[in-house]
Design a protein around this ligand. Structure first.
Ligand SMILES: [Zn+2]
Length: 112
């Protein structure tokens, strides 16, 4: 995003300079036929890039906890509570009634 901003900063003065040159009539044809469209293109590209960067969402993450039954292997995904750790016993298995253990705690990217 900073790159696009830098490009815009460079391109805008160049564009203004070119416009002044055209108004003053210095080599009008060459400047307007080649450099002006080119600079405009770069400016549009940079502007679009900036807009994209501006609209880009900051990714958010949530913590996910995987509980696994020690007897039948049943897995359940829940939100972790503070103080949870791997291999901690947590609740009963809904399938067989055995004890559930925390097997994984990881970060998951959330799409909004
Ligand atoms: Zn079980």
């Amino acid at each position: 995003m900073m790159i696009y901003f830098a490009i815009l900063l460079i391109v805008i003065p160049v564009l203004i300079g070119l416009l002044i040159m055209i108004f003053e009539g210095i080599d009008v044809e060459r400047v307007s036929m080649v450099y002006l469209p080119l600079t405009l293109l770069v400016a549009i590209y940079a502007g679009m890039g900036l807009w994209k960067g501006y609209k880009m969402e900051v990714p958010t993450y949530r913590l996910v906890e995987v509980l696994k039954c020690t007897q039948c292997g049943f897995e359940d995904i829940t939100d972790p509570t503070p103080g949870d750790y791997i291999n901690m016993e947590k609740g009963k298995c809904p399938r067989c009634g055995g004890s559930m253990k925390v097997s994984l705690i990881y970060k998951e990217r959330v799409k909004s």
